[in-house]
Write a protein that binds this ligand. Structure first.
Ligand SMILES: NC(=O)C1=CN([C@@H]2O[C@H](COP(=O)(O)OP(=O)(O)OC[C@H]3O[C@@H](n4cnc5c(N)ncnc54)[C@H](O)[C@@H]3O)[C@@H](O)[C@H]2O)C=CC1
Ligand SMILES: O=C(O)C(=O)Cc1ccc(O)cc1
Length: 321
């Protein structure tokens, strides 16, 4: 019985946390025959070559996609349109073009118009990550038991979507398909707003000047410490996410603001019942999430070396297994 890679040549444009994790996981699972990688900066390309996580490192995005049957953009969402324009003339007929961006509707709008009719565009978002960036931050187990959401535009060949779903399953993810708009609404509340809150609270604490550096460290065993981890996330990536998902984030912020006002009023009035009822409900929600097992403690993501990783799934076996 032969183990057949799912793709012949995978091109990764951008080899930071996500790109390098895909490279490591895809190689570990034998899902691709070879990996070509590129990144915008020379030092990153040199580091990727040094780490040996790709078979070939090339200098330009256009050169990277030559002959690739899978191309994944692993770059900030604000860069996707320009990069699609750069690579479009060199894309091989039948290739699957995907991305890993945290926002989907804007990426579809920016990328799709540049792509030739002879390729398949299947956007994706692995809902897995950490606050760290760059090729050294990646690890092959990142996607295990995490969701990967595919948002194929209408009219996408279902066989291409299925093939990309198989790829993500092979590197450990649970795959779900939805529209880009639905994705953006859900992620606005589950991921984007929490990051905005973390950036705000850490910024506010800093501005108030009520905590010195040493006191933050000393007393950060509680919630604030978790916020500082999230608020250490990449500024370029998160600037792009908020600009690209503006409408959904603003909608969620509106609701959040109303709820915050209700809590403010309850505190001002000494209305303990309102506080207690909410905290009881949210505790049950957290316990439900943990039982479902789709999410573990977020702080652990940031310290993968301290986390006991589940075993990798067995190598991908193509037809004839
Ligand atoms: N960091 C996280 O936890 C997660 C990030 N994502 C998404 O994945 C994407 C990448 O994020 P990370 O890997 O964390 O970023 P990163 O900062 O670690 O890596 C980004 C890579 O893109 C390259 N790059 C930037 N602009 C480029 C261009 N124009 N051409 C070629 N290369 C370019 C950089 O050189 C770098 O190698 C983003 O769109 C982000 O929204 C998705 C899930 C989780
Ligand atoms: O580090 C964390 O807690 C994250 O939430 C990582 C993350 C960041 C962006 C995504 O689109 C998905 C996951």
């Amino acid at each position: 019985m032969m183990t057949q890679p799912l793709f012949n040549r995978m091109a990764l444009i951008g080899v930071g946390l996500i790109g390098s994790s895909i490279a490591r996981a895809a190689r570990a699972q034998g899902v691709v025959r070879s990996i070509v990688a590129t990144a915008r900066s020379g030092p990153t390309r040199a580091r990727v070559a040094e780490l040996g996580i790709a078979d070939r490192v090339v200098d330009t995005n256009a050169a990277a996609v030559d002959g690739a049957d899978l191309v994944i953009l692993c770059i900030p969402v604000g860069q996707c349109g320009a990069v699609a324009a750069e690579i479009a003339p060199r894309l091989a007929p039948g290739a699957i073009i995907s991305d890993v961006g945290s926002v989907k509707a804007a990426v579809v709008k920016d990328v799709a118009p540049h792509l030739p009719g002879h390729v398949h565009f299947v956007p994706a978002h692995p809902v897995a990550g950490t606050e760290n960036s760059g090729p050294d931050a990646g690890f092959p187990e990142l996607f295990i038991d995490r969701w990967c959401i595919l948002t194929p535009p209408e009219g996408t060949d279902p066989a291409a979507t299925d093939k990309l779903a198989t790829f993500w399953s092979a590197i450990g993810a649970n795959v779900e398909t939805m529209t880009p708009e639905h994705h953006d609404l859900v992620l606005a509340i589950t991921s984007h707003l929490p990051h905005l809150i973390a950036y705000t609270i850490v910024g506010t604490a800093d501005e108030l000047g009520q905590v010195t550096r040493s006191e933050v460290l000393k007393f950060s065993a509680g919630g604030f410490r978790d916020f500082t981890r999230i608020a250490a996330s990449d500024p370029t990536m998160w600037r792009d996410i908020f600009l690209a998902n503006r409408d959904a984030v603003l909608e969620m912020l509106g609701t959040f603001g109303e709820d915050l006002s209700k809590l403010t009023r309850a505190i001002r009035r000494g209305d303990g019942d309102t506080l207690f009822d909410l905290f009881t409900r949210t505790r049950a929600i957290r316990r439900g999430i943990v039982q479902i097992g789709q999410d573990s403690d977020a702080p652990d993501f940031g310290r993968p070396h301290q986390k006991k990783m589940p075993p990798l799934p067995r190598p991908y076996m193509a037809d004839g297994e």
